[in-house]
Write a protein that binds this ligand. Structure first.
Ligand code: DSN
Length: 418
């Protein structure tokens, strides 16, 4: 093997990725974001070489006194920012957070209920995903197709009748607040735990621009830390009013249960992002939602069927559109990618979950465009470019305009400078 050549190949791939996704694309995957330059700087340190199994100050290896400091700092900042009395930053992704929490709060064979993937739940809430892997049974809530949302009344009746151990809210498609208070009231009747998957909206929650699940009654909030919350890739578990027993079970599931080392190098970047969100989160979250509404509205005006129009499309960072008229989600997502606009195809609530290869919809998120300073004016331009790309206009021409637009928004905003 020519090692020099292969080594250079690695750096060549990095350079291409940095140039393309990092500098020439309009990135609108609703689950991605960019860290600030200061958080990025904090990401690379000696911590990335180290181990720290167990809880701070109770580790199984030596050499962890500064890991304890940074992990304590992350947990304290997270509790403050999210109004939680319990925070654990050791889960290495939102999905892992869900496995830990679900397996801690219910035994094999017991029932978890949630909206279901076509209605927005993350795959980890499903029988074919993490919930099933830890041998839970799964039933879905009732869906109101007219409002395109959870049918609260019928769902509460179903919860009363099926008596699940865990009820989930939140997830991967979430344009409007979920009925946390109503589901908590039903959960209390049967002794179930309410788990809100805040992976997508964590940054909006931090900025006070979305529902506050823990205040509204969720016992636990799981999340990833890199979607609207623009931190390092990873996860978090937060709790409020959770009794000692359930808290300990969750912590035991994290370690020694499912996570061994918890990727301690992400903690300094997490601490910086928590601080940045305390300082700049409100403005960032507000503009993200404004941009999401503006982009959805303009796409709708230009002929795309954006869902939930009657309710104003969205009050989060994301919206979904039914693109069957344009050939379906796969065709549209591919056409956009050819013009450097990156979104994902998405199941809609009426889709068969087995139709994930070509679902009816697309999902679009505005958090990353917002981080780079784009506002409503640019959203109009983005909508125009999207519709032209899907409509079959010369791809090179559209792509050139995309690269030009992106080139004017290179610096991350809403963060510490220097
Ligand atoms: N499935 C991812 C998403 O919502 O995009 C999250 O893991």
């Amino acid at each position: 093997m020519d090692f020099e050549k292969e080594k250079n190949r690695v750096f060549d791939i990095i350079a291409k990725q940095n140039k393309w996704r990092g500098g020439e694309c309009l990135n609108m995957i609703a689950s991605e974001n960019v860290m600030s330059p200061v958080a990025t700087k904090a990401y690379v340190s000696d911590f990335m070489h180290r181990y720290a199994e167990g809880l701070p100050h109770q580790r199984y290896y030596q050499g962890t006194k500064f890991t304890d400091d940074i992990e304590d700092m992350c947990n304290d900042l997270a509790k403050k920012l999210f109004g939680a009395d319990f925070a654990d930053n050791r889960v290495i992704s939102g999905g892992v957070a869900n496995v830990c929490v679900f397996s801690a709060l219910a035994k094999p064979g017991e029932l978890l209920m949630g909206p279901g993937t076509p209605a927005g739940s993350h795959i980890s809430h499903e029988k074919f995903g993490a919930a099933g892997v830890v041998a839970l049974n799964v039933e879905h809530y009732e869906f109101d197709f007219e409002r395109y949302d959870i049918d609260v009344e019928k769902t509460v009746a179903k919860i009363r009748s099926l008596k699940p151990k865990i009820v989930t809210l939140g997830g991967s498609v979430i344009q409007f607040p979920h009925p946390v208070r109503e589901i908590r009231a039903a959960a209390d009747e049967i002794g179930a735990t309410v788990v809100y998957d805040g992976a997508h909206v964590l940054g909006l929650i931090a900025g006070g621009e979305f529902q506050q699940p823990l205040k509204e009654g969720a016992h636990v909030m799981t999340a990833s830390t890199h979607k609207t919350f623009p931190g390092p890739q990873g996860g978090i578990v937060l709790g409020k009013g959770l009794d000692e027993k359930r808290q300990r079970k969750i912590q035991n599931r994290i370690f020694p249960g499912i996570v061994s080392n918890h990727h301690v190098h992400r903690l300094p970047a997490m601490a910086i992002t928590l601080l940045e969100m305390m300082e700049f989160g409100k403005d960032y979250a507000k503009q993200t939602v404004k941009n999401s509404k503006a982009l959805a509205g303009e796409l709708d005006r230009l002929g795309m069927k954006v869902l939930m129009k009657e309710r104003g499309f969205t009050v989060s960072h994301q919206f979904i559109a039914d693109v069957r008229n344009f050939g379906g989600g796969t065709k549209v997502a591919d056409a956009l990618e050819e013009c450097n606009m990156i979104i994902n195809k998405n199941l809609l609530a009426f889709d068969d979950v087995n139709n994930a290869a070509n679902p009816s919809g697309i999902r679009v998120g505005t958090q990353e465009l917002t981080r780079f300073g784009m506002k409503e004016k640019e959203m109009k331009q983005v909508a125009d470019l999207m519709v032209r790309a899907i409509g079959g206009e010369n791809k090179e021409k559209v792509k050139k305009e995309v690269v030009e637009l992106r080139g004017r928004f290179k610096e991350v905003q809403y963060c510490f400078k220097g």
